[in-house]
Design a protein around this ligand. Sequence first.
Ligand code: FDA
Length: 309
Amino acid sequence: MQNLIRNFFIALSTNKFLNKKARKWGFRLGAEKFVAGTDIDSVTLTIKKMNEQGISCTVDNLGEFVSDKEEAGKAKRQIINMLEKIHQEKLDCHVSVKLTQLGLDIDRDFCLGNMREILDAATKYCIFINIDMEDYAHFQPTIDILKLLLKDYQNVGTVIQSYLRCAEEVLDKLKNVRIRIVKGAYKESPAVAFQCKTEIDQNFLKLAKKRLLGNTFTSIATHDHRIIRQLKKFIQENNIPKDRFEFQMLYGFRQEMQYELANEGYQMTTYMPFGRDWFGYYMRRLAERPQNINWLIKDVFRLTRKKLS
Ligand code: FDA
């Protein structure tokens, strides 16, 4: 049953018609709980509040699978505006981007050009850029673009998903690159990805431990308290310095645990999505954790009551 629900929401997340419609609806279905703002000014206020609590942020201008150059160009400008805002307001924040928002499906060189403009601005302001990892169809193109960018920029890294069978091999090749480790949020075939939660969790632990023993900064991105508990023990046992890694969680998820980790002296970074393109992101969050559907149901009831009264 859980798998059926997961597949249903993942299928919705890629539905182009609903994604387009949702931009016009404004936040609906409980999405505001997981999206940190509608525009740069509103997300800036939320980032400031998180920073005041000792929490760093990574901000994501929502949007993916863009199919025209004008839209990709707009996304690039919005990201550069966000970089300027981070600099002006001295926010403790870096930026996460998705290559399909910047034209990866249109033309690889166009996407690469957009990334170079973003990285030129980020370099000027000493801000790190993380390339989020999307579905497996975009995995190799993302790694290829990253490798080209690494020839000219140092402030760029990406994400490795522990559900991928090739994760460890690729991670080993990116030994000197800043990496975020996640479990993986897309539906992938058994040929390329583990399907069983235990295998995905075990691989996550294996990859995280391997990175923690190395010298390059790693972001451990999970809400899984069991994995966090085991890694905290491993970190203590191996005297791993706290400036070599951080924990990351999504905005709206396990807020208390985020504060706890920050208070214990761990670097804690919250992923802050903002903007009108919330639908795909929100549907993937519903796929991961069916309990989140409560927010959707509450919102549907609220809207229905409003219509009837
Ligand atoms: P999982 O969903 O397996 O949950 C494990 C356990 O933790 C649950 O069984 C429950 O007990 C507990 N738990 C989880 N959430 C809880 C909650 N809200 N409240 C209470 N208990 C809870 N994916 C991707 O493919 N590409 C990417 O670039 C990224 N980027 C990214 C950045 C950041 C900062 C995060 C945190 C995640 C991503 N992801 C991602 C998403 C990631 O791949 C994954 O889908 C989600 O993080 C869900 O997996 P978890 O590791 O949180 O554990």
